[in-house]
Design a protein around this ligand. Sequence first.
Ligand SMILES: C[S@@+](CC[C@H](N)C(=O)[O-])C[C@H]1O[C@@H](n2cnc3c(N)ncnc32)[C@H](O)[C@@H]1O
Length: 269
Amino acid sequence: MISDYINKITVGNCAEVLKDFDGNTIDLTVTSPPYDNLRTYKGYVFPFKKIANELYRVTKEGGIVVWVVADATIKGTETGTSFEQALYFKEIGFNLHDTMIFKKQNPIPQIYRKRYNNEFEYMFVLSKGTVKTHNPIMVDTLHGGLKLNGTTYKNYSKDEQKREKLAKPVKDKKIKGNIWEYVVGKKAEDQEAKGHPAPFPSALVRDHILSWTNKNDIVLDPMCGSGTTCKVAVQHNRNYIGIDVSEEYCEMARNRIEIYEKQATLEFE
Ligand SMILES: C[S@@+](CC[C@H](N)C(=O)[O-])C[C@H]1O[C@@H](n2cnc3c(N)ncnc32)[C@H](O)[C@@H]1O
């Protein structure tokens, strides 16, 4: 039953733990899998297809999965695992709603191998049917308030007819683009996750949670590591579910979330 897992961090292989959830219950998943065995997490097994199928089953109609992933380069070629995973999600029924980019403002310098320094990861935004919640983030426009000259429209079918139209001033705000930039590991709010090798920037999770959910919705991270997704969910009065295969990371996540939980006003019915 889903209620056994709400606002808790559970130790286990998420492919197994998710089987216990009722279908159509999760509003948003924000997660990041192990990338091509780049890092050795404590004792993990990673059955991608089983996890993907469970995520489809537990996601509500109109709900979203944000899958943050990058490829390793092995023997001169990128593996392409990210693309394979995105296409598999499509095959099982998700819409590939948006391929977004997580650009790192402070990417790790790499040994030069005749290619440009890698400084981004994919954020595949997958939806189960038509997206039910989108609270778009707005940003300033470059030329907000600027008054443009009138535009002359000519009607070519009647060449003597001309029409002058005064353009409206440029709007102050526009919907943010789909390349999102973050500093990795340096912000004060991210210092709590220091013991984990690959935590999300809290700001990245915040932007997704505010975009795709409303207060009291349920946010899942089935590979929650240091618990960033769950912590940010609590900070914004969303219910969370965290799962990680490592007991040590689960403990780290619980300690991290506890302090914010005391301040939150959550309602789960
Ligand atoms: C990229 S890290 C996620 C970090 C997380 N986003 C954070 O902010 O700390 C991937 C996590 O997946 C966990 N993991 C790997 N395989 C798993 C599985 N089958 N079930 C649950 N967790 C798994 C690892 O222990 C690791 O903590």
